[in-house]
Design a protein around this ligand. Structure first.
Ligand code: HEM
Length: 451
């Protein structure tokens, strides 16, 4: 008991110390942003978008206000009555698993994109969710990942790196190209210009999950893209039907399920399910690859070890370096939910927080992955830590449907690049991750020694 008390006091003092240090560093960063050309206002977005600064902010919250409620509505895209920011690992996991208390909010925008029905990421537990996920699990099989998806990704990535001549712009030449090929080939969405497909999926993802301010221009563009994507899917489904539906891509398998009378697999159901998967697949894999590379390039020692692992040619040796990079620089630093009723987060603890029905709850997974109460030596870059320390594709009922794909495809994409000697950023701005005013990397040029 005494040991426990000493440990828990040590933890608390450690958190306070980290919180105070975070406060100091944030203050210093704020001051230099204010002194930089354009002043604080012009530099605030870059400051807040930097994952290192986000982590300092989270250290402050974990120490002094672990479940912070604001009366302000930070999300305009989905109805809510206030915001709660949840930062401790136990509470983040709890929020993401208490589906009855904290619901997904994306349904209304999902329906706009399908021009009708919801997609399963926008659904609460129930028959519709079980019907769609069950049918799509039968079509998109775990066994496809090692048999088809990963080998194809590895071949394409190796070819792209070999053809690059020592200079590669990651998003267009590698990280978008590979998942787009997966969608046109394995999914079966043929007959579409790859650049169009990338543009639609990227803007639709942004509209669904990242458009917190409800920007009308973005919304108008998303409606056009959704219509184009629906048309492309309708055309592909009709073409596969006309061809007898005997192929072995997702669309053909969905049509086989339709012929067998599986619920939810009418033409419209197939289109809606595919629409959600296409949006989820392309920009995400690309962004995660760029963020993992960006983080490794910031850490020469980690990069050197990741490169040594890549040169073994064994994806299982490389993968932990990438998951650890994503723990510091994740695709999703936050997942949000809305309270379905008045309830309490962390009941019975000193950090208990009352939540009102309608509050938007930000489960800050970035913070959870750095909570010393749950994660051993969270500030250290340790690829050997358990995978459960990484909440990089969500948790609970809505855990990423593509998790197995991500686990195989991201290492497959990055392995041939990381295996190259002399890998470094291109000079100047070209070597930095450029999102071009979107939440997704558009350019990031790396150079390496030609063979
Ligand atoms: C590195 C790439 C990816 C990342 C970081 C990522 C991240 C996530 C996260 C955080 C969630 C949970 C969202 C929530 O709880 O609100 C999620 C769910 C989902 N993802 Fe992914 N994802 C990735 C790739 C993919 C791919 C390749 C696909 C499709 C093949 C996909 C399809 C989905 C779907 C359909 C869901 C909803 C699952 C459900 O509601 O049960 N994602 N993803």
């Amino acid at each position: 008991m005494i040991v426990n008390a000493v440990q828990s006091a040590g933890l608390r003092f450690g958190m306070w110390g980290a919180g105070l240090a975070g406060l100091g560093r944030l203050g210093a960063a704020g001051l230099s942003a204010a002194r930089a050309p354009g002043g604080f206002k012009a530099n605030a977005a870059a400051l807040l978008g930097d994952p290192a600064r986000q982590m300092q902010g989270m250290a402050v919250l974990r120490a002094f206000a672990p479940n912070l409620r604001l009366n302000r509505e930070l999300v305009a895209a989905y109805a809510n009555s206030g915001t709660v920011i949840v930062t401790r690992h136990a509470d983040v996991m709890d929020v993401l698993c208490r589906d009855d208390d904290f619901e997904v909010v994306y349904g209304p925008r999902m329906r706009e994109l399908t021009a009708g029905e919801n997609f399963f990421l926008g659904m609460q537990p129930g028959w519709d969710y079980r019907r769609d996920t069950s049918a799509m699990r039968l079509a998109m099989r775990d066994t496809d990942v090692p048999a088809r998806i990963a080998p194809r990704a590895a071949d394409l990535a190796a070819q792209a790196v070999a053809d690059a001549g020592g200079r590669i712009d990651l998003p267009p030449d590698l990280t978008l190209m590979v998942p787009t090929d997966m969608v046109t080939g394995y999914f079966g969405l043929t007959g579409v210009n790859p650049a169009d497909l990338q543009g639609w999926a990227t803007r639709l993802f942004w509209y669904l999950f990242g458009d917190l301010a409800a920007d009308p221009t973005l919304g108008a563009g998303a409606m056009e893209d959704a219509e184009s994507l629906r048309d492309a899917l309708d055309t592909a489904v009709a073409a596969r039907k006309a061809a007898g539906g005997d192929g072995d891509d997702l669309i053909s398998r969905c049509l086989a399920l339709q012929a067998a009378g599986v619920p939810g697999m009418d033409d419209l159901g197939i289109r809606n399910n595919l629409l959600g998967l296409v949006i989820g697949a392309i920009p995400t894999i690309s962004k995660a690859c760029c963020l993992a590379m960006d983080e490794l390039l910031r850490r020469p020692d980690a990069l050197r070890r990741a490169q040594a692992a890549a040169r073994t040619g064994d994806a299982a040796q490389l993968a932990p370096h990438l998951w650890e990079a994503l723990r510091f620089n994740p695709h999703n630093p936050v997942i949000y939910r809305r309270a379905t009723r008045d309830t309490v987060i962390a009941p019975g603890t000193l950090r208990a927080r009352r939540v009102r029905k309608g509050d938007m709850v930000f489960a800050v997974t970035l913070s959870a992955m750095h909570d010393p109460a749950a994660i051993d030596a969270p500030a250290q870059f340790r690829p050997a830590r358990p995978f459960t320390d990484h909440i990089i594709w969500g948790t609970g009922m809505h855990t990423c449907f593509g998790a197995q794909i991500n686990a195989a495809v991201i290492p497959a994409i990055l392995m041939p690049l990381l295996a190259r000697a002399g890998l470094r950023r291109a000079e100047g701005d070209a070597g930095r991750c450029d999102t071009g005013g979107t939440p997704f990397p558009q350019h990031m040029t790396l150079i390496f020694d030609p063979e």
